[in-house]
Design a protein around this ligand. Structure first.
Ligand code: UD1
Ligand code: CA
Length: 456
């Protein structure tokens, strides 16, 4: 049985923020949520989050996630003291029962790395370590003549010789649960910082003849912690770079992998092209051959094969069929559904509406709460007046209708199949099929009229 303990009680003073550190985001998601995602992939029996500073806000942010247990550490007396708070909730005392300790401010550790750490422990404990060119500030991994891990010494407690060690403790470790409880009951705070160090359990394990293994992360960014906005921004770029690399490996063309942001998940088909400066949020899927122009925002959308999204378009909770053209400067709001080969041009806003196959709204229009059939042309300046100040009403436009420019469709209203609306029409009653309907004052020319002249 696997228990996961996540340390998240620290203050995060250097963030200069009222928000608890672990709620600060990376790729649009709280750091702690990243850690939880990785932890959950290991299918733990229990996840215990040790909270302290801003405990209520942290708990609130994860309300309703029933697999989580929160324990309070108050005051914060070190990493060992933090894990001690979780002891009453640690389950299982068999030889296969293991506890994994993670940090809430080390968001990007990957499940594969954690699995390697669990594998490295054999029947004992294991620490996740890394060799750094500059190991200043970290706990150092002290190994014996045979190369086995014998203890961890914190930078502030280390001797001159120990400070030369380049292998450092990332802070992440795994240990047999029953033994861990015992070791935690035996650590003290007789050290340079007067804290209860979790790292002291390593020395106790070795003294008890319990082997201590070591594993290394798959990539160096996995174990980077965030203590400041600078580190947060740096890690964000590293992670976006990694996501870009994965897309490139999978066959997506990115105009510039350094100007690419995914805050959620992005699934791409074959031969997708993405220009610079796009932001993908939530769940986005781009089918084969989709092209996304520069500076588009796509949130929770799915785009059909061969469709082009042109520059500066903003799409949210929308679906677009195949071989459609959207933008530049298009806005698709929640509930917009665009059919195959449809065109939506600049400054067209569509909300909770279906635009049928081969239909076009090429310029300057608002389409809200409308059902538009196939092969409909919506002229420039057309507006569905869907809101009477109290309620929303639907507009129905049947197949092959032609909506002249600057038309207002005062909903609820229906335009019949093949109907034509003359430019400037304010449609307040249904327009019959196959006929021209127009509401317009008759044009007249005043004979003999003269422009006024300036009085001297
Ligand atoms: C710790 C390790 C050190 C390692 C380093 C890696 C110890 C004694 N030292 O040092 O070997 O190289 O991490 O970054 O473990 N926390 C609590 N409660 C506390 C103290 C800390 O929840 O009382 C949390 C913090 O919020 C943070 C994590 O534990 O998420 C690590 O704490 P931090 O103070 O950064 O540890 P270091 O002193 O850097
Ligand atoms: Ca730290």
């Amino acid at each position: 049985m696997l228990n996961v303990v996540i340390l998240a009680a620290g203050l995060g003073k250097r963030m200069q923020s009222d928000l608890p550190k672990v709620l600060h985001t990376l790729a649009g998601k709280p750091m702690l949520a990243h850690v939880l995602d990785s932890a959950r992939q290991l299918k733990p029996a229990r996840i215990i989050v040790v909270v302290g500073h801003g405990a209520d806000r942290v708990k609130q942010a994860f309300e309703g996630q029933d697999d989580l247990h929160f324990v309070l550490q108050q005051p914060q007396q070190g990493t060992g003291h933090a894990v001690q708070q979780a002891v009453p909730l640690l389950d299982g005392d068999g030889k296969d029962d293991v506890t994994l300790v993670l940090y809430g401010d080390v968001p990007l550790v990957q499940p594969e790395t954690l699995q390697r750490l669990l594998d490295a422990r054999g029947q004992g404990a294991a620490v996740l370590t890394e060799v750094l060119a500059d190991s200043t500030g970290y706990g150092r991994i002290v190994r014996d003549a045979k190369g086995s891990v014998c203890r961890i010494v914190e930078h502030k407690d280390a001797s001159e010789a120990e400070r030369l060690i380049k292998e450092v403790n990332t802070g992440i470790l795994s240990a047999p649960t029953a033994k861990l409880k015992d070791w935690l009951s035996r650590i003290d705070n007789n050290n340079a910082q007067g804290e209860y160090y979790l790292t002291d359990v390593v020395g106790l394990a070795v003294a008890d003849d319990v082997p201590v293994g070591a594993a290394q992360p798959g990539a160096s960014w996995e174990t980077l912690g965030v203590n400041s906005r600078v580190q947060q921004a740096e890690l964000e770029r590293r992670w976006q770079g990694e996501q870009a690399r994965r897309q490139l490996e999978a066959g997506v063309t990115l105009a510039d992998p350094a100007r690419f942001d995914v805050r959620g998940s992005l699934a791409c088909g074959r031969d997708v092209f993405i220009d610079v400066g796009c932001v993908f949020e939530g769940q986005v899927s781009l089918a084969d051959g989709v092209r996304v122009g520069p500076h588009c925002v796509l949130r929770d959308v799915s785009i059909g094969p061969g469709t082009h999204i042109e520059a500066f378009s903003h799409l949210q909770q929308a679906q677009v069929g195949r071989d459609a053209r959207v933008g530049p400067y298009a806005r698709l709001r929640p509930g917009a559904e665009l059919g195959d080969r449809s065109h939506v041009g600049n400054f067209v806003e569509i909300k909770k509406s279906v635009l049928g196959e081969d239909s076009k709204a090429n310029h300057l229009a608002y389409i809200g709460d409308a059902d538009i059939g196939a092969r409909v042309n919506v002229g420039a300046g057309t507006i569905t007046c869907n809101y009477d100040g109290v309620n929303k009403h639907r507009t129905v436009i049947e197949d092959d209708a032609f909506i002249g420019s600057d038309t207002q469709l005062v909903a609820p209203v229906r335009v019949g199949r093949g109907a034509t609306l003359g430019a400037g029409t304010t449609l307040t009653r249904d327009a019959p099929a196959d006929k021209l309907t127009v509401s317009r004052a008759k044009q007249l020319t005043v004979e003999g009229w003269q422009r006024p002249v300036k009085k001297s």
